[in-house]
Design a protein around this ligand. Structure first.
Ligand code: N01
Length: 541
């Protein structure tokens, strides 16, 4: 195994590869490159491994992928050694898992924690990347690899008067490591996406009073989390190879087969039985119940109506129930799984405010003022989401050939462009794990991460084996890939809602659809074929 030079300000330090981030992606990328004999350094802003699972410690934080699938599968030994306790893994358990992985593969010795990469500039003369960190160190690397994740740039909306607030405020994605005392407190939560919907029931149990400021009501269905029994865990372990293959070949990274029937070809009674069965099972399975739910508005609406009926049946106060009814097409905003979310609105200590009816005007020293009233708060929670996919990359000043900034490139024509979501023209030897225009955010992340890591590691090996110094996509290849992503998205209902998928949640962000919707299995095949054809669509120098 290669020995890695340690960072030092007195001399130019060179690594074969620098990776940004020590979450699921960065850890596995480090492992693969080290195995291949590359000197590799990971810079990580947190003081531990875990990425989003290091930062997202809000009350109730839990993954909505089932634990037996939310794993690395590159090592069967690792899969056999780790045992999850519940159907959906909670944040503390995922963090323990990633620490277990870091220990098992001795990864920490090549990770510099508490260090943020501020810039990465490509130097044409040396064909290397110069990477600068916030501790003033700069190092050089042949390959610059982003493992920054897709949902790690927190969106805290700019609301007038924020600095005057005398209570405490937190963003769910940057939650304190010590327990936040909610007992006896008046808490406000802005936002009802996955983070809000997970945390609201837990906060309500502890706080004296909870006020939820909702902009868009959400479809949410019960997770039905439970402890896993030993037999189930053992049977998953026995099915390791079969499961791994099924996940890799699937549409969204889970071994679930989508029905081939249309929602409109069956009777209303039969359709509702199918939905009821999915509702009772729990999990992210609704879109697999019929084949046309994401392409046919009428079909989708049948599911929306089913889910709206559930809300009306659960929430006792009719006016509150009415406020909670979503109108957009199901799953065009990320579907949410919950534990007693709608039931929470039956509690006496919970108030729901519709900020479309009474917009937020300002934050005051005592709380939050809408157009109708001032709400006094001790704690304000921003569950307001992320500048997704491009946000984490653009937090760094990344410059490619001719000093072109990634921010400027992607601002041009209001369009993100990548080839396969892995690389982008003008930025040689830069790779993005689960970058924009890959299927990642619409898949079971570890499956997509492993595919990218393995593809990138193989690509680097190819360059080294063939004595090639640089690789970057052809402009035409990324134009075609971007267009293909957009064409596929446009043939679905996904582009019809304002969401973080499209970028509409962030003011001044160009709206597009930087996600490949063609399915994880198809995408893997495309990437594999491109590599097999000598990295078709890329140019080498
Ligand atoms: O963020 P979101 P999230 N004033 O963008 C509202 C993953 N994740 O952190 O819909 C008022 O979904 C915003 O309103 P609107 C998962 O992929 C997974 O919850 O834009 N409200 C919305 O209600 C997820 O999809 C897990 O109108 C404002 C909310 O804030 C993704 O991360 C857990 C506002 C933001 O919802 C992001 O989820 C958590 C404003 N100015 C996250 N600005 C699990 O695995 C925003 N909002 C379970």
């Amino acid at each position: 195994m290669a020995s890695v030079p340690k960072a030092d300000t007195t001399q130019a330090i060179h690594f074969d590869a620098v990776i940004v981030g020590a979450g699921f992606s960065g850890l596995y990328m480090l492992h693969r490159l080290r195995e291949a004999g590359l000197s590799t350094m990971v810079y990580e802003a947190g003081d531990g491994v875990g990425g989003v699972w290091y930062w997202n410690r809000y009350p109730g934080a839990r993954c909505d992928s089932e634990s037996i699938y939310y794993n690395y599968t590159f090592s069967e030994e690792l899969y056999q050694e780790w045992t999850w306790s519940s159907r959906y893994p909670g944040q503390p358990e995922i963090l323990r898992y990633l620490n277990f992985v870091a220990d098992k593969f001795d990864l920490r010795r090549d990770i510099q924690f508490k260090t943020r990469v501020v810039s990465a500039h490509y130097d044409e003369a040396t064909t290397k990347w110069r990477i600068q960190t916030d501790d003033g160190i700069s190092v050089w690397a042949t390959y610059f690899i982003s493992a920054v994740g897709c949902l790690s740039a927190a969106n805290v909306p700019k609301i007038k008067g924020m600095e005057s607030f005398q209570g405490k405020w937190y963003h769910t994605g940057n939650w304190p490591h010590e327990k936040v005392e909610l007992g006896g407190k008046r808490v406000g939560v802005i936002g009802t996406g996955s983070s809000g919907i997970q945390s609201i029931p837990v906060i309500a149990e502890e706080a004296a009073h909870l006020t939820v400021f909702q902009r868009t009501p959400q479809y949410s269905s019960p997770a039905r989390n439970h402890e896993l029994d030993e037999d189930y865990v053992q049977s998953a372990k026995q099915r390791f190879h079969e499961m791994k293959q099924a996940m890799r070949e699937s549409a969204i990274g889970f071994p679930i087969k989508r029905s081939e029937r249309s929602a409109l070809e069956v009777s209303e009674e039969e359709r509702n039985q199918v939905y009821e069965s999915a509702w009772n099972k729990g999990g992210l399975i609704f879109t697999s119940t019929f084949q046309d739910l994401m392409v046919n508005g009428e079909a989708n609406e049948t599911l929306c109506e089913f889910l709206r009926t559930k809300i009306k049946e659960t929430v006792r106060d009719e006016k509150v129930a009415e406020m909670l009814l979503p109108t957009y097409y199901f799953a065009t905003k990320r579907p949410v799984l919950d534990t007693r979310y709608f039931e929470t609105y039956n509690r006496d200590n919970v108030t729901l405010i519709n900020v479309r009816d009474e917009p937020i005007v300002e934050i005051t020293p005592k709380g939050l003022r809408t157009e109708s009233a001032e709400y006094e708060l001790d704690i304000l929670v921003f569950a307001t989401g992320y500048d997704a996919m491009t946000g984490p990359l653009l937090k760094m000043d990344i410059r490619g050939k001719n000093g072109l900034g990634l921010k400027d490139k992607w601002a041009e024509g209001a369009k993100v462009k990548t080839y396969l979501g892995i690389a982008t023209a003008g930025f040689p030897n830069m790779f993005m794990i689960t970058g924009p225009e890959s299927p990642a955010v619409l898949s079971n992340m570890p499956v997509s991460i492993e595919q990218h890591v393995e593809w990138i590691a193989d690509c680097i090996q190819y360059l080294r084996d063939h004595g090639l110094v640089q690789i970057e996509p052809r402009t035409e290849s990324e134009d075609a890939w971007s267009k293909h992503c957009w064409d596929v998205a446009n043939s679905t209902l996904f582009t019809k809602a304002e969401s973080w998928y499209t970028g509409a949640n962030i003011k001044e962000k160009p709206v597009g659809f930087p996600i490949y919707l063609g399915g994880v299995g198809n995408y893997r095949q495309i990437c594999t074929e491109i590599a097999a054809k000598g990295y078709e669509g890329f140019i080498f120098h």
